[in-house]
Design a protein around this ligand. Structure first.
Ligand code: GCU
Length: 613
C-alpha cells in the first residue's frame, strides 16, 4: 500500500479563528515541518531470526466510534489528529484526548476479550505506545507488526509511517528517519469495520476480533539487508537444495554466506544486478516428516549481519489421486482449527496457545491441520513444524467476495504474497489454499484462476488447493464439478451430510469427483453442546454429534482418491452468527473439544478412525 503525503485540504477562516484548531494546527504544522518520511518496505522474512526489540506490553487505547481523532466535522482527514499525541502547552489550550490518561491493554491481543465493553465492537480504536530508543550510527530500524485487524494507519512521533489492510498478514516499515534519541511514541489507528469489497467480505462465520493481534517489534538492520530467502529441497532429486535470497536493495556484488553446519555447507554467493542470488546445492539432508520432524540450523550472513533459522527439507507432490510426502503416499489425518485461544475465546498469539491446540490435534491422531480461513500466527506454524504436523494455510477469500473489484483482487493477492513470504521456509506447510466455499461464476473463476497462477510464481514447491462445495446431489449421488479443478493440485470440498443435509443418509451416499487428482474433505461435522446428553436423534447432544461422525467416517471411506480429511472443527469457536441461547451463545459448537477444553464423545470416534488410517 502506498505511503500518502498529506495535504491540508480546505482550511477555512472559521477554523483558523477557532482557538482549538489553532493549538492543534500549530502542532500539526510543527510535526510536518521536518517532512521526514517513512517508507513501507516489502515484508522481511523470518523476523524471529533477526535482531529485534519487542514493543509488546501495555498500550494505551482510545475508543473512537466516530473517528473524531482522524476526521474533522466535515469528514476531511485532519492534519492534527490524535496521531500527533498533542498535549496542552498552556492552561488555555484545548486538547480533548489524552492517551496517557486513557486505559491500557496488553498487546498483542484483541480488544473484544480485553475490554468487555468492546465485546461486540467494530470500529476505530487508537493505540499508543511510548518507548525509549537510542539510534545507532549507520543502522536502519524497521517497525514490524505480526498482524493488525483489519485496517491500520501507523504514525511514529506524529509522522505517518505506513498503512496496511488485511487482518492476518504481517507488515513492516522503515522508520529510521522518524525515530529520535530518547522517548518516542508509535500510534496506530485500528479499524475492523467490515465492507463488501474487503477480504474477507462482510459476512464470515468467525468473530471479528479487532486490534493489534500479534507481536510488534523494532528490527535493527544494516542499510542493505537480506530481505528474504528460501531454501527448498528439489521435488524429485532429494540431494539437491534450491537456495534463493534477495537483498533489500538492488545491489550487485554483495557477498552472502550460507551456513548449514550439520550438512557441512559453508558457501558464499555474490548478488546479481537486482541484489538477488539463486543457486543449487548438493546435500543429503534427513528428510522432514511427521515421524521425524528434522530441522537444520541455518545462518545467512551479509557483511557480518546474520539471520538464523531452523529449516527442514522435504518433497511434497501428487501422483494421480495420491499425495506423496518424500515420494511416499501419505494420508493427511487432519483437523480444522481457528486462530483462537484454547480457552474462552480471543486471538491466539503465543507458543503456549499453539502447544495446547496442537496438543489436542496430536491426541486426535493428527499429522495435519487446516489453519482456517486465514493465515494463523507464526507460533502455530512453527510449533506444528517442530511437532511433525503438516499445515494447510489459507487466505480469507471466503464465501462471496467482490470478484470484479480490482482493489479486492489486489488485496487478496497481497495477502497471498505475504502469507507465502512469511512461511515459505516452513517444511510442514504443504498446501496453500486460495479460497473457501465460493459461488461459481466466470468472474469468480477469473479471480481465483489468477490467484492460483500467482501463488505458483511465488512458490512452485507446494500444492495449491481451495475448499470447494458439492455442486449436485440427487438420489444420494453427490457430484463435484468445479472449473477451478484445472488450477489446483488437490480437489478439496466441504460437506455437511448429517447436519445441514440428509441426517442419517450418510450410509446411502455415493460420491463422484471426476478429476484425476487427490481428494481432501476439508470440512464435515455437526454441533453439540458439551455435557448435553440424550438420544442420537436429538440435535446438540454429544450422542447426535458422535453418531454423525460414525456415519460420516464410514461414508468417507467410500470416496475414491480420498487422501485427507480436516473435520470442522477442533474446538468450539466464537461466531456472531451463532445466537441460539443456552446452546450456542455466540459459539459455533461444531468443535470436538468444547470452548473450555473438554473433549466431546465424537472426539474419540475421530481418534479411533485415524488409528485405522
Ligand atoms: C462452512 C464454513 C465455515 C463454517 C462452517 C459451519 O462450511 O466454511 O467457516 O464455520 O461451515 O457452518 O459451521
Amino acid at each position: 500500500m502506498l505511503y500518502k503525503k498529506y495535504n491540508f485540504g480546505k482550511i477555512t477562516d472559521h477554523m483558523i479563528k477557532h482557538s482549538t484548531f489553532k493549538a492543534v494546527f500549530a502542532a500539526a504544522l510543527l510535526s510536518l515541518s521536518f517532512s521526514l518520511s517513512a517508507e513501507e518496505v516489502p515484508l522481511v522474512g523470518n523476523i524471529y531470526g533477526r535482531n529485534t526489540v519487542s514493543l509488546n506490553g501495555e498500550w494505551n487505547y482510545i475508543v473512537d466510534v466516530q473517528e473524531e481523532g482522524y476526521y474533522d466535522y466535515r469528514m476531511n482527514p485532519m492534519p492534527g489528529g490524535f496521531f500527533i499525541n498533542a498535549k496542552p502547552r498552556t492552561p488555555k489550550d484545548l486538547i480533548e484526548y489524552d492517551f496517557d490518561k486513557s486505559p491500557s491493554m496488553t498487546i498483542p491481543s484483541d480488544w473484544n476479550t480485553k475490554d468487555e465493553k468492546l465485546f461486540f465492537y467494530e470500529g476505530t480504536v487508537w493505540f499508543k505506545k511510548s518507548f525509549n530508543f537510542t539510534p545507532k550510527q549507520g543502522r536502519r530500524t524497521l517497525l514490524y507488526f505480526g498482524a493488525v485487524n483489519y485496517e491500520a494507519h501507523v504514525w511514529v512521533n506524529g509522522k505517518k509511517a505506513g498503512y496496511h489492510k488485511g487482518g492476518f498478514t504481517a507488515f513492516n516499515m522503515d522508520v529510521t528517519d522518524l525515530l529520535k534519541d530518547g522517548e518516542n511514541f508509535v500510534i496506530v489507528k485500528v479499524d475492523n469495520k467490515r465492507h463488501a469489497e474487503d477480504v474477507p467480505t462482510q459476512i464470515f462465520d468467525w468473530w471479528n476480533y479487532g486490534g493489534i493481534t500479534r507481536d510488534v517489534m523494532l528490527v535493527d538492520v544494516s542499510p542493505v539487508y537480506v530481505e528474504n530467502y528460501s531454501l527448498k529441497l528439489d521435488r524429485e532429486n532429494y540431494s539437491l537444495i534450491h537456495f534463493k535470497a534477495n537483498l533489500s536493495k538492488a545491489e550487485k556484488g554483495k557477498i552472502i554466506t550460507l551456513s548449514i553446519p550439520e550438512l557441512k555447507i559453508e558457501k558464499t554467493f555474490t548478488t546479481a544486478e537486482d541484489g538477488s542470488i539463486e543457486a543449487d546445492l548438493s546435500a543429503k539432508p534427513v528428510l522432514w516428516c511427521p515421524e521425524n520432524p528434522k530441522l537444520y540450523d541455518v545462518r545467512i550472513t551479509l557483511e557480518g549481519e546474520s539471520v538464523s533459522d531452523k529449516i527442514g527439507f522435504r518433497s511434497i507432490t501428487t501422483s494421480g489421486k495420491k499425495i506423496l510426502l518424500n515420494g511416499k503416499q501419505v494420508y493427511l489425518k487432519g483437523i480444522s482449527i481457528h486462530d483462537e485461544k484454547p480457552y474462552g475465546g480471543g486471538r491466539a498469539n503465543s507458543p503456549e496457545d499453539a502447544a495446547i491446540l496442537l496438543g489436542w490435534a496430536k491426541e486426535l491422531g493428527c499429522n495435519f491441520v487446516r489453519l482456517a480461513h486465514y493465515p494463523h500466527n507464526e507460533y502455530t506454524v512453527r510449533e506444528a513444524e517442530k511437532m511433525g504436523i503438516m499445515v494447510w494455510s489459507e487466505i480469507p477469500v471466503y464465501w462471496t467476495i467482490a470478484w470484479t473489484n480490482p482493489d479486492t483482487y489486489e488485496n487478496a493477492r497481497c495477502q497471498l504474497r505475504d502469507m507465502i513470504a512469511r512461511d515459505q521456509n516452513r517444511a510442514n506447510v504443504i498446501i496453500w489454499s486460495i479460497a473457501n466455499e465460493t459461488p461459481h461464476s466466470p468472474e469468480r473463476d477469473t479471480f481465483l484462476g489468477s490467484l492460483a497462477t500467482y501463488a505458483r510464481t511465488c512458490d512452485d514447491s507446494r500444492l495449491i488447493s481451495m475448499a470447494m462445495e458439492v455442486t449436485s446431489a440427487s438420489n444420494y449421488h453427490n457430484r463435484l464439478q468445479d472449473n477451478m479443478n484445472k488450477y489446483v493440485d488437490v480437489i478439496s470440498f466441504n460437506e455437511y451430510i448429517g447436519w445441514y443435509r440428509d441426517v442419517d443418509d450418510a450410509p446411502k451416499m455415493t460420491w463422484e469427483v471426476p478429476y484425476e487428482k487427490p481428494v481432501i474433505v476439508s470440512e464435515f461435522g455437526g454441533g453439540a453442546r458439551f455435557g448435553r446428553h440424550g438420544s442420537k436423534d436429538e440435535r446438540w447432544t454429544e450422542e447426535f454429534q458422535e453418531n454423525l461422525y460414525i456415519q460420516n467416517t464410514a461414508m468417507l471411506d467410500k470416496i475414491d482418491g480420498l487422501s485427507g480429511t480436516t473435520p470442522w472443527i477442533l474446538k468450539d469457536f466464537r461466531s456472531p452468527r451463532r445466537v441460539l441461547p443456552d446452546v450456542q451463545d455466540y459459539y459455533n459448537r461444531k468443535g470436538l473439544v468444547s470452548d473450555d477444553g473438554h473433549k466431546k464423545k465424537a472426539f474419540f470416534i475421530m481418534q479411533k478412525w485415524y488409528e485405522s488410517k
